[in-house]
Design a binder for this molecule. Structure first.
Ligand SMILES: Cc1cc2nc3c(=O)[nH]c(=O)nc-3n(C[C@H](O)[C@H](O)[C@H](O)COP(=O)(O)OP(=O)(O)OC[C@H]3O[C@@H](n4cnc5c(N)ncnc54)[C@H](O)[C@@H]3O)c2cc1C
Ligand SMILES: NC(=O)c1ccc[n+]([C@@H]2O[C@H](COP(=O)([O-])OP(=O)(O)OC[C@H]3O[C@@H](n4cnc5c(N)ncnc54)[C@H](OP(=O)(O)O)[C@@H]3O)[C@@H](O)[C@H]2O)c1
Length: 436
């Protein structure tokens, strides 16, 4: 009988890797399954590419976690209903516990007419694309000169920055269902794009929405400050595109010609004050805006195909947890199955939040393990099943080899960083498929 506790973690983003580190440092043997070849999740494939120093600092911490001999990494392995292993199969491997730290991989569809048109995208796919995550890195996005982004969070800022600076679009129209005082982005992020703000258009828009602000007794200066407060620290302009805001409007349909988007229809809203909370209410008045591309940056949902019970876009959580941390439940109704990071609360918070949440999920698991003996799962049998997959499975040393070659390539090209953008390239470098 094996006297070691064995825990499986699904996902090697910050939540999964910091959970793994916490467990491994407590002597638990951890097996991390990751959909992507490389570890890192949205740190590798979400955070804006120009934030090179931040990404590199986090990669260093991930490498330290992966160095722990108690931590086993299996990349390129999907746990899902149609994956390499179903969740049930993984459960039957006999791990003492499982942490689901797979992030928010589902798409928040609004069910609007025209969502299928070429030119209509969700931010996650675009972001994965420009961060070189296969297969999104190989997808052709139809980015025209006139683009709309729905939503006003920090993801909107990243996408607008990419469209204006890298894609050199003429204009980005940010469509916000509420007003300027209710935007979600932070000053520190907005400074990257504020120099593109079309000031005349902004003042016209502020004049247009003034009656709606007055109706809820909102001083327009609050919203004006939220939008423009990053101006003193604005990044210098490196492109000509304009940034415009369209407040108090919700998308209602997309129209196109020959399968390609040409117009976004929006419904005008008024603001309503619900006990101090400012909400949006449709007026029924609709009009269209000529655009080539619409990108929804409205947050994501959990992945329903993972195989865990879901309700209202969340994995079902045990409301009365046996092992709460700071009063929070990391437990699902399935004994020994825990959740952490964006898998527990989709599209919520920064890397620091995901790190803390993953660590807390691991601490909940440590408490749970104290209530039972190791169930004696056979490590060799588990490894044989994983390595028996009819596809390349990526181990820690493979990742190291890949990173070394990418670092060399970056040096050769005089870049801060170089990243392969197809699985074939990565597998060839790691020597896991034959070179063509
Ligand atoms: C566009 C964007 C930019 C951001 N920029 C910043 C920033 O600048 N600064 C900051 O602090 N935060 C930023 N964030 C937030 C930060 O990225 C998240 O807080 C954090 O990455 C969430 O961590 P996670 O581990 O829960 O999920 P993720 O990072 O999404 O990791 C999930 C992991 O699970 C794996 N996985 C998924 N499904 C499966 C499956 N079925 N089987 C096996 N493996 C699976 C994935 O391959 C991935 O490796 C940004 C987020 C986005 C979307
Ligand atoms: N650089 C960074 O630090 C960085 C970069 C990217 C992401 N992040 C973090 O990642 C997390 C997710 O960011 P996010 O931008 O995706 O989410 P977010 O901050 O929650 O913003 C989502 C936006 O979408 C709007 N929205 C949601 N549902 C909508 C609907 N049905 N119709 C119209 N609009 C809708 C929201 O409007 P309402 O407010 O009206 O709901 C909001 O403006 C955040 O914690 C963010 O800070 C950080």
């Amino acid at each position: 009988m094996d006297a070691t506790y064995r825990v499986a973690i699904i996902g090697a983003g910050p939540a999964g890797l910091f959970a793994a580190r916490e467990l491994a440092e407590h002597g638990v043997h951890v097996t991390v399954f990751n959909r992507d070849i490389k570890p890192g999740g949205l740190v590798e494939y979400g955070i804006y590419p120009d934030k090179h120093n931040m990404k590199e600092m986090l990669r260093k911490q991930f490498r330290i976690a992966l160095e722990n001999p108690n931590l086993h990494y299996y990349g390129n392995v999907l746990i899902a209903n149609n994956g390499d292993f179903t969740f049930e199969e993984l459960h039957n491997f006999g791990f003492d516990a499982i942490i689901v730290a797979a992030g928010a991989q589902g798409t928040k569809w609004l069910g609007l007419p025209g969502e299928e048109l070429d030119g209509v995208y969700h931010a996650k796919d675009v972001v994965y694309g420009y961060n070189s995550l296969p297969p999104y890195s190989q997808k052709k996005f139809r980015i025209g000169k006139h683009c709309a982004i729905i939503g006003t969070g920090n993801v909107m800022v990243d996408v607008a920055r990419h469209l204006i600076q890298k894609q050199k679009v003429d204009e980005v129209i940010v469509v916000n269902r509420r007003g300027p005082a209710e935007v979600n982005f932070t000053k520190d992020e907005m400074k990257h794009i504020i120099s593109y703000l079309d000031l005349d258009a902004f003042e016209n828009e502020m004049r247009r929405i003034q009656p709606a602000l007055q109706a809820v007794n909102q001083d327009p200066e609050i919203g004006r400050k939220r939008i423009t407060e990053s101006q003193p620290k604005a990044d210098p302009k490196i492109a000509d595109g304009k940034l415009r805001f369209h407040f108090l409007a919700s998308p209602s349909a997309m129209f196109g010609e020959n399968g390609s988007l040409t117009r976004l229809e929006v419904e005008e809203n008024i603001l309503v004050d619900k006990n101090g909370q400012i909400g949006a209410k449709g007026t029924g008045v609709k009009h269209t805006i000529d655009v080539d591309t619409v990108i929804f940056a409205i947050g994501d949902t959990i992945d329903e195909s993972l195989g865990l019970q879901t309700s209202k876009n969340e994995f079902v959580q045990q409301r009365e947890p046996r092992f709460p941390i700071d009063g929070v439940s990391f437990e699902t109704p399935v004994d020994g199955v825990f959740i952490g990071g964006w898998a527990r609360k989709a599209s919520n918070g920064l890397v620091g939040y995901a790190r803390r949440d993953g660590t807390h999920a691991a601490q909940a698991v440590l408490q749970f393990l104290q209530t039972r003996q190791p169930n004696g799962a056979n490590a060799q049998a588990i490894e044989a099943k994983i390595m028996g997959l009819i596809k390349p499975v990526i181990l820690k040393d493979d990742v190291k080899r890949l990173e070394a070659v990418e670092a060399e390539e970056a040096k050769r090209r005089g870049l801060d960083f170089f990243k392969c953008s197809t699985n074939e390239e990565m597998l060839q470098i790691m020597g896991l498929v034959e070179t063509a």
